[in-house]
Write a protein that binds this ligand. Structure first.
Ligand SMILES: Nc1ncnc2c1ncn2[C@@H]1O[C@H](COP(=O)(O)OP(=O)(O)OP(=O)(O)O)[C@@H](O)[C@H]1O
Length: 298
């Protein structure tokens, strides 16, 4: 088994008003990667290239050791893909779909499928066209999970779900991951979901990968410093300050490469550092997008 599940090397895709720009991405086997980005950032395009549904203009894509899109038919047996635009047959029941997938995939696990039915509060005799959005997402997820794919690719699986359904879906994902060797790539704008489930975070903005790191490292680099500036003192310019807010006297400085020595530099310059605060992924996401929009690099 390869220990790299997904590898993108300099992958680009050009649309009339969008460029996915030289994406480099590595997803190690056994990790859950949260793929975050604003609307139109390029998440679905990246995932579709991974699945071989969209062909890159340039660059190499390897999925489970196979080149994509060249080996997409064979590789898809090992990938479970869940996205909003997947079509199930409206007139057929969930049970019919379960039988259908079971007939194709020898890895189908009927016991697990039935447990997921209960857990997701679905019934095999439910027709797809009678399901709500959330029930449809859960049915699609069930069909993907119960065949135990080596790689799960989920394009915004929790969008539009109520808090209970979200909790069930995230719980099922965590359980799947308890099974070693399985890998999940999970896109969302919901930073809470990603913070809860992912152990690796990749952030995309305007078609470019801005950051890809393990969650602890990623969160640890960001801090908000609350600094009091007395009249006549000068605020030293430190690298990595990506946001300046607050008032002239009580400044709020946001950094994406925190180092405890920053506090000493500010103190020596005559400033008072009142607080150094950790940031949530949501706050980091907002600060990154804002500072990029304002032309500061992140
Ligand atoms: N087939 C296509 N033809 C032209 N433009 C496209 C096509 N597919 C995607 N795009 C454009 O590429 C950009 C990125 O779209 P993409 O769906 O990858 O973003 P996303 O990050 O998944 O966004 P969202 O969170 O809103 O779903 C958008 O500007 C979109 O209009």
């Amino acid at each position: 088994m390869t220990d790299v599940a997904v590898h993108f090397s300099n992958v680009s895709k050009h649309y009339p008003h969008f460029l996915l720009d030289r994406v480099n991405l590595t997803l190690a086997t056994g990790t859950i990667m949260g793929f975050i980005g604003a609307n139109g950032a390029g998440k679905s395009t990246t995932l579709r290239i991974l699945m071989g549904l969209v062909h890159q203009d340039q660059g190499d894509v390897q999925v489970l050791g196979q080149p994509m899109p060249a080996r997409q038919v064979a590789t898809k047996y090992d990938i479970g893909f869940v996205s909003d635009d997947m079509r199930l047959y409206g007139a057929a029941t969930i049970g019919w779909h379960m039988e259908f997938i079971r007939s194709i995939y020898p890895t189908w696990d009927q016991g697990f499928a039935e447990r997921l039915l209960k857990r997701f509060d679905l019934m095999a005799q439910h027709k797809i066209k009678g399901l709500s959005h959330g029930q449809r997402v859960k049915a699609t997820l069930l069909l993907a999970l119960a065949r135990h794919p080596r790689l799960l690719v989920l394009d915004e699986p929790t969008t539009g779900l109520d808090p209970i359904a979200r909790h069930e879906v995230l719980g099922a994902l965590m359980d799947v991951l308890a099974d070693a060797g399985r890998t999940v790539l999970f896109s969302s704008h919901n930073t809470l979901d990603i913070e809860q489930v992912a152990d690796y975070i990749t952030f995309i903005d305007q078609g470019r990968i801005i950051n890809s790191d393990d969650k602890e490292t990623y969160l640890d680099r960001w801090r908000r410093l609350r600094v009091e500036v007395s009249p006549g003192t000068h605020v030293p310019k430190l690298p990595g300050i990506v946001g300046i807010g607050g008032s002239e006297r009580l400044m709020v400085l946001t950094t994406n490469c925190y180092d405890p020595s920053m506090e000493a530099v500010y103190t020596q310059a005559g400033l008072t550092v009142h607080a150094v605060e950790s940031m949530t992924l949501e706050e980091i996401f907002l600060a990154s997008v804002q500072s990029r929009r304002e032309g500061q690099t992140v």
